[in-house]
Design a protein around this ligand. Structure first.
Ligand SMILES: [Mg+2]
Length: 416
């Protein structure tokens, strides 16, 4: 028996049946708040800072009909929805629930690629013999999330990441969309706004050029799309045809640990960019601590509304794993990136050049890890105690005199 040909055949079969899930929690932060505080259920909940310069992090489904969206200034959200209940974000809690959710994902496959606390791609191609088809796995995951966290998720099942991501968004909340084999026919009638990465402004440009559906983009001349959208255009053309062979990269295999976010509405001022960089620094720090890593290289990425991207990185003298060190570096890097007069659609922070706690690169690796972890834990505790918003505002609005050095427990006791 020629095993090599059998294996080749299997590999081919597997390739044909590639099953990718995109699972995305519904109105995540707001849903966690409504779950933890039953009195908020059924009410328009707006998670974010209550200050004049606060920004909406999440809006419950009850708040959305009023036009409240994430990344919107809180002032505007309150004007649109005066009865909205503003709740300060509790990032540590969202991270805690996220760990349970990702734990559920990993029961079904090790190939889990987190996009944020509440969203991931799963490659379940090899899991089907154990757990059933992609659709069945998606259903089991949704059920487990509901049973174990009390929250709902929406899932898309498709042969590639891009299409799975579109599918998960089609029947929110609590949706499950399985993309049929004829992917092109599934995508064709969808409006261009459904394309991954086409925001309102780009959508207008695309529509003005005569393309209103994904099918139009699939049929379009790639060169014309490039003329219209820059180098991203040819890629859009491929995606619109359902061609996306990017693999799901398991989180543990990452050469860097990062957090990034695409905003529904472009950011235009430095304060709101720093606001997100701080939240992203905190996410990166908590992942470093969880994976018992320290890292020296900090990168900041900015994507402008025209899809061009800029990144800057610097190497710290010491490897770190705490929010403050990462954020200080990130803020420094942001100052080296041209943002005046620009519209920014994405910010991201990542860390690379890792060292393990036990690695012999440093004389005092354990002490540093312990210190970083202590700082991180204390920061999280402070956020929980005072509400993250207080901490964030101090860091962002008064950077000259009220720096986040206040968060260091050994620097100065917090004012109560
Ligand atoms: Mg979500």
């Amino acid at each position: 028996m020629d095993y090599s040909s059998v294996n080749a055949l299997r590999a081919n079969e597997v390739e044909v049946m590639r099953q990718i899930l995109h699972v995305d929690m519904d109105a995540y932060y707001a849903s966690v708040e409504q779950h933890d505080r039953p009195e908020l259920r059924g009410k328009p909940v707006i998670v974010g800072g209550p200050s004049k310069r606060g920004i909406v992090c999440a809006a419950s489904y009850e708040a959305r009909p009023f036009g409240v969206r994430s990344a919107m200034p809180m002032v505007e959200a309150m004007r649109k929805c005066p009865e909205g209940i503003v709740v300060a974000p509790r990032h540590a809690r969202y991270a805690e629930v996220s760990r349970s959710i990702f734990g559920i994902f990993r029961r079904y496959t090790p190939l889990v690629e987190g996009l944020s606390l509440d969203e991931a791609f799963l490659d379940v191609t090899g899991s089907q013999r154990l757990f059933g088809r992609g659709e069945e796995i998606a259903r089991q995951i949704k059920d487990a999330i509901r049973a174990e966290t009390g929250l709902t998720a929406s899932a898309g099942v498709a042969h590639c990441k891009f299409v799975a991501k579109i599918a998960s968004d089609l029947r929110k909340p609590d949706g499950l969309v399985v993309v049929p084999d004829d992917v092109a026919a599934f995508l064709a009638p969808l409006p261009v706004e459904r394309m991954w990465g086409i925001g309102p402004k780009t959508a207008k440009r695309v529509r003005d050029a005569g393309y209103s559906t994904i099918g139009d983009l699939a049929r379009a001349d790639a060169q014309h799309l490039e003329y219209l959208l820059g180098s991203w255009g040819a890629y859009i053309n491929q995606l619109a045809r359902g061609q996306d062979d990017r693999d799901v990269i398991a989180d543990g295999d990452a050469k860097s640990i990062g957090a990034e976010e695409t905003f529904e509405q472009d950011l235009t001022d430095r304060a709101s960019m720093e606001h997100y960089l701080l939240a992203q620094s905190a996410r990166v720090a908590s992942r470093l601590v969880r994976e018992e890593l320290v890292a020296r290289c900090v990168s900041v990425k900015i994507k402008y509304s025209d899809f061009t991207a800029v990144s800057r990185q610097l190497t710290l003298r010491e490897a770190v794993c705490d929010t403050d060190s990462i954020f200080h570096a990130a803020r420094e890097l942001l100052s080296r990136i041209p943002i005046a007069g620009k519209r920014v659609r994405l910010t991201g922070v990542s860390m690379s050049d890792f060292a393990q706690a036990s690695a012999p690169q440093s004389l005092f690796p354990d002490e540093r890890i312990v210190r970083g972890r202590a700082i991180e834990t204390a920061t999280q505790a402070l956020r929980d105690r005072f509400g993250k918003q207080g901490v964030t505002r101090a860091a962002l609005l008064e950077p000259e005199d009220e720096t986040i050095a206040n968060l260091h427990p050994h620097t100065r006791a917090p004012r109560t």
